[in-house]
Every structure is written in structure tokens, then in C-alpha cells.
Ligand binder design. Structure first.
Ligand SMILES: *Cc1c(COP(=O)(O)O)cnc(C)c1O
Length: 457
């Protein structure tokens, strides 16, 4: 028993509820503003893009929201995911710390993202939506949503950043295997795409452009097509809490309770997914677990960004929200963790960070890959470059515990595997990886284009 490595739950232990942190957050949510009028958004602005059930979840104050049976049925294809004690990593580090990780890389598309993709496809199907549109950078989100739309018999149009479409064909092929249509953005399918191609036929695309195309297609479809987003929004973070709810039960099986819970943050969904249920235990049941969000020094929105109102996207079509931001015009350096390059962060997470209930740290690219390779050699799993940020922080916690002679219990979220990111490992292993410091000048420039919002905060 003392040498147990995997802590597994049965299908009957699959959580029946998602946890909504808004019920317990001591910070009231800031208003969400229309990108043109700068006034609070009306429901019809959102209902052009999302079904009413998801809009209701977005603003819900209910503590627990039932996971529909149809969603649980699909979760069972890979959930509950294993909790693993990283004993071999502990030995490699010679640390008295106990290191656990929740392995979200076992989902069919290889990350935590299907936890929300399946839920969003279900609610859209139930509302009569015929097709979803979305954007994707390197393809993690697109492939998760392609998987989900396939199960609910929904069409899916993915607007994929053109450079990634050509440089990273494998995730495109995965999306097409699940039945999605994938377009290299900018396309000639939208007014916005055509306007860009007229001026610049060789435009390589960007996530901002792809978002604008996906939003335009949904907004002009007369209700047949809706838009779907893979992070940042309250309902997305809500769906991810199935991770932390399972982890609570599994830590109990292991007979331990974490001193620190760690996750990488791009838009905040996998971190919130593992951390919010533990935050509830802090707020309601007197636990004192530290919650640590890890971001890249190349896009450090929590540790270096300003807490203010900004557009959700580069093209200024998404609502304005209050968050830690580097400026919606900020284009981060081309780090390999594509999922961590967002200029902002989930508003709920920012509010909790601002209130001192969550900690954050930024780590550099080379140190991140150094940790990823150590993890791969100790535990056998090659982490996604995004997840490797959490691995770095977990190793640093374990090394600090060693230095202080402490028996610290560390839990981190392994948000995905890196099987589609091996070229990044190739670059690291052959000394071709660059380190990026905080890009101060680029951020300063981007911060000059914040919306002029006057709201009593
Ligand atoms: C997309 C992605 C992330 C970043 O997104 P969050 O919403 O912050 O979780 C992290 N890890 C992996 C593997 C991803 O695919």
C-alpha cells in the first residue's frame, strides 16, 4: 500500500456536479462591456454567439451545477483520469516532498480541453444549433471541439491560423479525421478575411484574425451556427472543475492533502479546473492549500500585466472584460507553448489573484523544457509545452522543500501530452531553443491601446 503509484476512481465515482467558484468568490464580478458602446453587454449580443444555457452558466451564482447524463456518458471514455504519485521524479530530485499529478493527457485528443468541448457541444445540440465555429492556433482546442462535435452530430468549422495550418499539419489531420472542416485563416469565406487578403494576400494569419472570422460566421448565420471558445469564460472554467473534484477524492485515497496545487495558465481553464475545488475547501472548510498559477515570462499577464478593462481579442469584436492584461495588441514572442500566448486571463481568476487567494509565477522557456525532459525521463510521459510550465514549478517546489528539509505535498495538473509538439523538443535537445525575458517594450506599446472605459470599479 505504501508504494502505491496510481490512485484510480471507478466510473461510478465520476463527479455529478461542476463547481461554480462564483458562489464562493469574495470578489463581485466586474461588468462585461460591449466592444463598441463600452456599455454592459445585453443578452442578445451574447445570444448571437452562444446558446442561452451557456449564457446562464456564465452568470450563474449557483454553487453546484449538474453535469448532464449525456456529457457524463462521453466523459466515461477517459474519465475519471488517473492521479499519479511521481515517485520516480521524487527519487530523481532526492526530495522529501511528495509529488502528485492529475493526468489529463489521457483524453482522446490529448489534453483537458474535451472536458468543456463535450459540454459545449451538448448544450448547443440541445438548443438546436446545427454547426459550431471556432478558431485554433496550433490545434489543441480545434481537435477537442472536433471530437465533441462528432459525438453530438454537429458540423464544425475551424479557422486555423494559416502558418500553423501549413507548418503543423498533424492536428489539422486529427480534426479532419473527427469530421471537422478546417480552413487556413485568413480565408475568403468572411468579409473580415477578404478585407485582409485584399490588402495582403500573403498574410500568415493570427489568432486574433481567426477569432474574428469564426465570430463573424456565427454572428451572420441567422442562429444556425454558434461560436465556441476553449478558455477564459466562466462556463469554460466551470466545466473544467471535474478535474479538481476527482483530484479531491483521489488525494483522499492517497491519504494526503496537498500543501500546494499547481497549473499552467494560458486563459486559465486547466488551472481553475484543478484549483477551484481546492479553493472552495480553503474558503469554506478551513484548508490552507496554496494555489499556484504558472505562466511563461514571454506572456506574463498575471505577474506583469495591469488589472484593468481590455478587449478579449485583437480585432476588438469580443466583449471588454476586467482582467490582468498585456494589451489586446500585444503579440508575444513565438514560444512553443502556443496555448499560453493569450494577452489576458480569465476574469474570475484575475479577481481571485488580485484578492491574494491565488499565487502566480513566470518561468522561462529553456528551464521549462529542462523540467519537461526530466519529467519524461522519470515518469515516461512527454508533457505538452504548456503543461511543462506546471512541471517546472512543481520541481522547483520539490527542490525548495528539499533545501528546507520539509515534507511538502505537491499536486500539479498535467494538462496534456506533447506528442504533436516534438519539434519543440527537437529544438530544445539540439540547443536551438531561445529564452525570452519579459517583453517590456512590446507590452508598453500594447498598453496604450486599452479601451477608455469609465466604470466605478
Ligand atoms: C490550451 C492548453 C493550455 C492553456 O489553456 P488554459 O485554458 O489556460 O488551460 C494548457 N495546456 C494544454 C495542454 C493546452 O492544450
Amino acid at each position: 500500500m505504501s508504494e502505491q503509484t496510481r490512485f484510480l476512481l471507478g466510473e461510478s465515482d465520476l463527479p455529478k456536479f461542476w463547481y461554480n467558484v462564483m458562489a464562493d468568490s469574495p470578489v463581485p464580478p466586474a461588468p462585461v462591456l460591449h466592444p463598441q458602446t463600452l456599455e454592459p453587454v445585453t443578452p442578445d449580443f451574447l445570444s448571437a454567439l452562444f446558446p442561452m444555457s451557456l449564457i446562464m452558466q456564465e452568470v450563474s451564482q449557483e454553487r453546484f451545477i449538474e453535469i448532464p447524463e449525456e456529457v457524463r456518458e462521453i466523459y466515461k471514455l477517459w474519465r475519471p483520469t488517473p492521479l499519479i504519485r511521481a515517485r520516480r521524479l521524487e527519487k530523481m530530485l532526492d526530495t522529501p516532498a511528495h509529488i502528485y499529478f492529475k493526468n489529463e493527457s489521457v483524453s482522446p485528443s490529448g489534453s483537458h480541453k474535451p472536458n468543456t468541448a463535450v459540454a459545449q457541444a451538448f448544450y448547443n445540440k440541445a438548443a438546436g444549433t446545427k454547426a459550431l465555429t471556432t478558431e485554433t492556433g496550433a490545434g489543441q482546442w480545434g481537435s477537442a471541439l472536433a471530437l465533441a462535435c462528432n459525438f453530438f452530430d454537429l458540423d464544425l468549422e475551424v479557422y486555423m491560423v494559416k502558418v500553423s495550418y501549413h507548418q503543423k499539419p498533424y492536428r489539422r489531420i486529427l480534426m479532419e479525421t473527427y469530421g471537422a472542416q478546417v480552413f487556413a485563416s485568413p480565408t475568403d469565406r468572411t468579409q473580415f478575411g477578404r478585407s485582409i487578403l485584399e490588402r495582403d494576400p500573403e498574410n500568415p494569419g493570427s489568432l486574433g484574425i481567426a477569432i474574428s472570422e469564426a465570430v463573424e460566421v456565427a454572428a451572420t448565420s441567422g442562429g444556425a451556427k454558434k461560436y465556441s471558445l476553449g478558455s477564459v469564460l466562466n462556463h469554460v472554467l466551470l466545466h473544467q472543475t471535474v478535474i479538481g473534484e476527482e483530484a479531491l477524492k483521489q488525494m483522499d485515497l492517497a491519504g494526503e492533502y496537498p500543501d500546494v496545487v499547481i497549473g499552467c495558465v494560458g486563459g486559465g481553464s486547466n488551472f481553475a479546473g484543478i484549483a477551484y475545488p481546492f479553493l472552495r475547501e480553503n474558503l469554506r472548510n478551513g484548508q490552507r492549500t496554496r494555489l499556484l498559477a504558472v505562466e511563461p515570462t514571454a506572456a506574463p499577464s498575471l505577474t506583469r500585466g495591469e488589472y484593468t478593462f481590455d478587449y478579449g481579442d485583437t480585432a476588438r469584436m469580443a466583449p471588454i472584460v476586467k482582467m490582468h492584461t498585456l494589451g489586446h495588441d500585444f503579440v508575444p514572442p513565438a514560444i512553443h507553448a502556443g496555448g499560453l500566448r493569450y494577452h489576458g486571463m480569465a476574469p474570475s481568476l484575475c479577481a481571485l489573484y488580485d484578492a491574494g487567494l491565488i499565487e502566480a509565477v513566470a518561468v522561462k522557456q529553456k528551464a521549462t523544457f529542462e523540467a519537461a525532459v526530466m519529467f519524461a525521463r522519470a515518469e515516461g510521459i512527454v508533457p505538452a509545452p504548456e503543461s511543462a510550465h506546471a512541471v517546472r514549478a512543481a520541481i522547483d517546489e520539490a527542490l525548495e522543500a528539499k533545501e528546507k528539509g520539509e515534507r511538502r505535498v505537491i499536486l500539479f495538473n498535467l494538462s496534456g501530452h506533447g506528442h504533436f509538439d516534438l519539434s519543440a523538443y527537437d529544438a530544445y535537445l539540439h540547443g536551438e531553443l531561445e529564452d525570452y525575458d519579459y517583453p517590456a517594450e512590446a507590452v508598453q506599446r500594447a498598453m496604450q491601446t486599452l479601451p477608455k472605459v469609465q466604470v466605478a470599479a
